[in-house]
Design a protein around this ligand. Structure first.
Ligand code: UAG
Ligand code: ATP
Ligand code: API
Ligand code: MG
Length: 496
């Protein structure tokens, strides 16, 4: 694409002496290739502007950098024999996302993003499944990776990859004929403008509770980052789905934003008007739910997996799936064919004495509360939970998680999650301060073995925090560790 075309799409129409063809866009000087555009972004550790000379040496012919109120909006920079055109904008990260999407185009025609503290991965997984059941070629993209079909292993991804990687993944999906993509919008991703270039067909917002305050600092800033999905990214006139049972502050902010932006608002949940949950009756395998669509009750639906929160996520996926209201009953009828999401309230082992073990990805106070409350109705004996907290992440979550476990569980073991660069004993101590009667077993393997051995008839063991993860990060090393596989193999031995 010509530089002038790219700039004019962004609303900049300078008279350029030269108009180079831009073959690639990047914000990482280490990835600059010849004829590329380098966007200098100010991050937490570096100001990308200091890498401009390196980028030009590596072949960048155009540079986009932050407007500084002194220099003209367009200029040029020589690095030895090499010259690049310099363009100054007010928000380089926003520019990067747009430019990356234009250069990577065409992208899949139907892209939907889901945000919220908890439930993003589950919702996008369910949405992908629903689309596939309706005959679409669909993918989901997020914490669980890029998933295209049930029988192909997922490609790894961050929850929301950086703008360039995201555009490139979407372009790859488009080339393999994927038309429908459901992706997770993390608060980091929204705050850093990673999704700003995507033409969203619809968006969903599940809930907002405490997480990531290490990064956002205040809950207001965290909410504001997430609100960007509706406020800045979803085009007017498109479908916005919210869970009507979320906290009132976020609910009010979302409904007001949706109204101001002219979105078609749909809600789901006990307090909803579009898709109201009338009853969710737990069964040994999952739930039987009754819902009303715009006030009209529909036939019972069986959801074949446990976790009361998965009822909300499945309803949100359905409300994001139908395009016209007339399609809604057919979409809702498909919910009974959904498969569970790996590591989300997943029943991984049954012991010969009738006890069972579940693995879940609860790593926030709200998630831990939801999964423990979900498992209580299935517990005929005692409810035992094993969990820790990730290092280098919001430390305020730790005592809150301890408090919740102390209120709901009968037995608690505090162990290590991913300590990362932190001292694991200090993390455990912060949780234990709020649940002093818990036992402490730092070694996660030993904690799980101990938990399984202590299970009595009808007891339930919940191993929380790492879900689908297959590694444990200690320091900067990731050691192989898989709660699900380990629990299965230890349970076989314990059951003998
Ligand atoms: C906290 C955070 O989100 N950090 C992201 C951020 O890093 P940063 O601000 O430290 O960047 P920086 O190192 O200061 O660099 C600034 C700029 O200089 C560039 N640079 C840097 C070095 C160099 O030699 N040359 C160069 O050009 C960088 O490419 C960048 O554009 O920008 C980087 C480039 O895009 C990201 O890789 C990095 O994500 C890191 C790896 C990360 O761990 N992020 C996590 C916290 C995250 O985003 N997680 C969420 C999930 C959260 C959830 O659970 O909901 C996710 O969406 O995955
Ligand atoms: N709708 C929900 N409400 C409350 N808790 C939920 C909800 N959905 C999921 N959870 C809890 O959050 C955990 C993580 O779920 P999921 O992976 O779907 O969320 P996520 O938003 O993608 O998380 P992450 O921020 O790590 O990507 C689940 O294992 C469960 O404990
Ligand atoms: N996306 C989340 C995942 C947390 C998972 C938990 N096991 C931990 O390591 O804290 C994060 O990076 O904060
Ligand atoms: Mg996720």
């Amino acid at each position: 694409m010509l530089l002038s075309t790219l700039l004019s799409r962004y609303g900049i129409t300078p008279a350029l002496a030269e108009d180079p063809t831009i073959k690639a866009v990047t914000a990482d000087s280490r990835h600059v290739s010849p004829d590329s555009l380098f966007v200098a972004i100010r991050g937490q550790h570096h100001d990308g502007a200091k890498f401009i000379p390196l980028a030009i040496t590596a072949g960048a012919t155009a540079i986009v950098t932050m407007h500084d109120n002194h220099s003209p909006p367009i200029g040029e920079h020589w690095e030895g024999e090499r010259k690049a055109i310099i363009i100054r904008v007010h928000n380089p990260a926003h520019f990067l996302a747009q430019a990356a999407a234009w250069v990577a185009a065409p992208l899949p025609e139907h892209i939907i993003a889901v945000t919220g503290t908890n439930g993003k991965s589950s919702t996008v997984d369910f949405l992908r499944q629903l689309w596939q059941l309706r005959g679409k070629t669909a993918a989901s993209l997020g914490t669980l990776g890029v998933i295209t079909q049930a029988d192909t292993p997922p490609m790894p991804a961050m929850t929301t990859p950086d703008a360039v990687a995201l555009a490139s993944m979407l372009s790859t999906l488009q080339r393999s004929h994927v038309t429908h993509v459901a992706l997770e919008a993390s608060s980091h991703g929204l705050h850093q403008h990673r999704l700003d270039g995507l033409p969203l067909a619809a968006a969903g917002f599940s809930n907002l509770t405490r997480d990531h305050l290490d990064y956002h600092e205040t809950i207001e800033a965290y909410r504001d980052a997430k609100l960007r999905l509706f406020r800045d990214l979803l085009p007017p006139g498109n479908v916005a789905v919210i869970n009507a049972d979320m906290d009132p502050d976020t609910y009010n902010a979302l409904t007001q934003t949706a109204r101001q932006c002219g979105h078609i608002l749909r809600d789901i949940g006990i307090n909803a008007t579009t898709l109201r949950l009338l009853e969710a009756q737990p069964t040994p395998q999952g739930h039987i739910i009754r819902v009303a669509l715009h006030g009209e009750p529909l036939p019972d639906i069986t959801l074949p997996f446990p976790g009361r929160f998965q009822v909300d996520n499945a309803l949100m996926a359905a409300a994001l799936c139908w395009e016209e209201d007339a399609e809604a009953p057919a979409v809702l009828a498909l919910l009974s064919q959904l498969r569970s999401v790996p590591g989300r309230c997943e029943r991984v082992a049954d012991l010969s004495n009738g006890a069972a073990a579940y693995v879940d990805y609860a790593h926030t106070p709200d998630a831990l509360e939801h999964v423990l409350l979900s498992l209580r109705p299935h517990t005929r004996g005692k409810l035992h939970v094993i969990f820790g907290a990730g290092g280098d992440r919001d430390s305020g979550k730790r005592p809150l998680m301890g408090q919740i476990a102390a209120h709901i569980a009968d037995r608690i073991t505090i162990t290590d999650d991913n300590p990362r660069s932190e001292d694991p004993a200090t993390i455990r101590a912060a949780i234990l301060a709020a649940c002093p009667h818990a036992q402490e077993i730092g070694d996660r393997w030993a904690a799980i073995e101990d938990g399984l051995k202590r299970l009595g008839p009808g007891d339930i063991l919940l191993i929380a925090g790492k879900g689908h993860e297959t590694g444990q990060v200690i320091g900067s090393t990731t050691h192989p560790f898989d709660d699900r596989a380990l629990t299965r193999s230890l349970a076989e031995k314990v059951s003998l």
